[in-house]
Design a protein around this ligand. Sequence first.
Ligand SMILES: *Cc1c(COP(=O)(O)O)cnc(C)c1O
Length: 397
Amino acid sequence: MAKTRNPSWNARTVAVHGGTRRSQYGEVSEALYLTQGFVYPTAEAAEARFVKSGDDEFIYARYGNPTNRMFEDRIAAIEGTEDAFACTSGMAAVNGALMALLKAGDHVVASRALFGSCLYVLEDVLGRFGVEITLVDGTDNAAWDAAIRPDTRAVFLEAISNPTLEVIDLAHVVSVAHANDALVVVDNAMATPTFSYAARLGADLVVYSTTKHVDGQGRMLGGVICGSRALIRGPIEAYLKHTGGAINPFAAWTHLKGLETMDLRVRAQAAAALQVAEALQGHEKLGQVRYPQLPSHPQHAIAMQQAESGGTVLALEIKGGKQAAFRFLNALQIILISNNFADAKSIATHPATTTHQRLPQAQKDQLGISDGLIRLSIGLEDPRDLLADIQGALAAI
Ligand SMILES: *Cc1c(COP(=O)(O)O)cnc(C)c1O
């Protein structure tokens, strides 16, 4: 199998060709290897492969598969890391990265504004195994300085938080963490692989829910951990291959096809998100319109220093609380009421009653998840139609 990867290629070329391995048939589209196992020509060859597998040698799909490996090589090349391990879902990737690195007695510092399942892994799972967690306001550099200690083994954060779009000063967190020999693990789902700066700014592991922008068309769950070869083919692969977290080859194949168009999709969605955010600012039915590329965003300066775009998601504060927010949602004609984001179809979410329903009120208040908050994921529709849909629904409140 010939492998294509050239270090001089730009990201869009890598997204189309990176990691491709062609079989003897010379297929154009990446082959989907739906196989659990692999055959050895001789008993000696089987023995040798179990001692040490070569780059194109596979043993069992839980350990690795040619389609999975193409996807891992391609996304690592886009992210700019040496290697990657693909997982069944974003949460398998988050759990795998943390469980592979940590042991009882370790200390972890994490930003408070986390996806609910990430908070569960940190507090409930790792907590049960004797890992101490300190949660901080991720936008407060002094809070990181105060919380990271010599025994801190890892820090965990969402570069752009869900659903309130807080942006963290990653270079600062990396410098404090590394000064204390702590590894930096970034959950980069909202930041997108297209606009990612995590590896460039020194994150040790960059984790994606590839369910989001990589698939981008609502089909497959997936996740990936990107990082150095030593970490990925060391503790990360060991943990994931023995505990069953490897991605299904069919999902990896859809993700390969997703990566071919990701750059175009994400840039179009982000341009539309900016257009919608700018047009909605100051609307009489709205409080704050939150989008990192708007100068009114609390971390606008750092957001624009780190990335070239504010991403594909914005947050609206509807005046009038839950009742007004529900009237708005129910009046939408194009934008779907759902709880995912990054899809080709635009999606509106009311976090307080769905994704973040279980949080105690005090925690919702602390995170800014009010009864009027709507998270809006901008898709690939014509932004003029989306704006008309939103303005019509606002008028219907
Ligand atoms: C969606 C998401 C996850 C979980 O990903 P799944 O693919 O649904 O398991 C984790 N972190 C963040 C920030 C997410 O948005």
